[in-house]
Design a protein around this ligand. Structure first.
Ligand code: FE2
Length: 307
């Protein structure tokens, strides 16, 4: 086991042994984008982190709204939490982040993986962004690399870099809770696509395998759920044991080559997510809209024949 993974495993074990407090995790599911967002907090200090928030976006009208974010704000206020961190597991391609809105209302520092600069470079070209679009991650307050540690009150967080779905994906291990982003989905649904620019099925396999070495009892919280054959309710929490032994795409025993072949074939059949162009354009800016034009209106671009 590598050293950072070992640290994450021993943090989880310390929670299981009662040496570190168990964080409370509250999920908020957005059905239009099938996204699970989370408010995680330390029950003793009331310090909190918000993970992968959603800004409501009606594409036909180009209108944004805040129902999902306001539900999180209402919860934070009712519980008397102090938001210290706004964490993104990656630059999402299927929903816009509400992090800037939440930051304005609740405070907290905006955090993403350091490889976001790769995503900014790739999509900066696709959207033909000029020099005013910085590709250095400066839209975020903090960029994390593998093994970086934060505190949520008195509960530690370890960040692990888990590329594959995108180059910048991070998993956040908070106490005994593993927030995988899109690196894995529910055991009966499997895995995320790896065919976006910068994605890599081989890397995704290795990232999943790495996370699966964490303790069996780790609580696992996913960024999405789409239901699954024979299941008609949404579920976004499982355990590492269930993933390791039962994940339909990548359970123990599935070889890297077999996974890559399955993933590549399957990805070739998928159309692009409905909101990929608006989402990436906004999320690569830390969830901010492109600068308004001289009439005060922000516009999103639709590059033709680029994806
Ligand atoms: Fe994603």
């Amino acid at each position: 086991m590598d050293i950072n993974l070992e640290r994450a495993a021993s943090q989880i074990n310390a929670v299981l042994q009662g040496k570190i407090r168990t964080p409370h995790v509250e999920a908020f599911f957005d059905e239009p984008t099938f996204t699970a967002s989370y408010v995680v907090h330390d029950p003793a200090t009331k310090a909190a982190a918000i993970i992968d928030s959603v800004l409501d976006f009606d594409q036909p009208s180009g209108r944004t709204s805040f129902k999902s974010a306001d539900a999180m704000i209402a919860y934070v206020e009712a519980e008397g939490l102090n938001v210290e961190w706004l964490l993104e597991t990656h630059a999402h391609a299927d929903h816009l982040s509400a992090a800037p809105y939440l930051q304005e209302k609740l405070g907290g520092k905006l955090v993403i993986g350091a490889e976001i600069v790769t995503v900014q470079n790739v999509f900066g070209k696709i959207f033909n962004e000029g020099t005013r679009f910085a590709r250095d991650g400066s839209q975020f307050d903090r960029l994390l690399v593998d093994g970086d540690k934060l505190m949520i009150g008195e509960i530690p967080l370890i960040a692990l870099h888990v590329p594959g779905h995108t180059p910048a994906d991070m998993a956040y291990i908070i106490g005994d809770a593993v927030f995988t982003g899109d690196t894995m989905f529910m055991p009966d649904y499997g895995s995320a696509r790896a065919d976006f620019p910068g994605g890599d099925a081989r890397q995704l396999y290795q990232s999943v395998r790495r996370l699966m070495k964490l303790p069996d009892q780790s609580r696992v919280f996913l960024c999405h759920d789409y239901k699954a054959p024979n299941r008609d309710e949404y579920v976004w929490e499982t355990t590492m044991l269930a993933e390791r032994t039962g994940n339909v795409h990548v359970h123990e025993g599935v070889s890297e080559d077999d996974f890559v072949e399955m993933r590549t074939q399957r990805d070739a059949t998928l159309s692009m997510p409905k909101l990929i162009l608006p989402s990436i354009q906004v999320n690569m800016r830390g969830g901010r809209m492109p600068e308004p034009e001289e009439n005060g209106v922000s516009y999103l671009k639709l590059p033709l024949n680029q994806l």
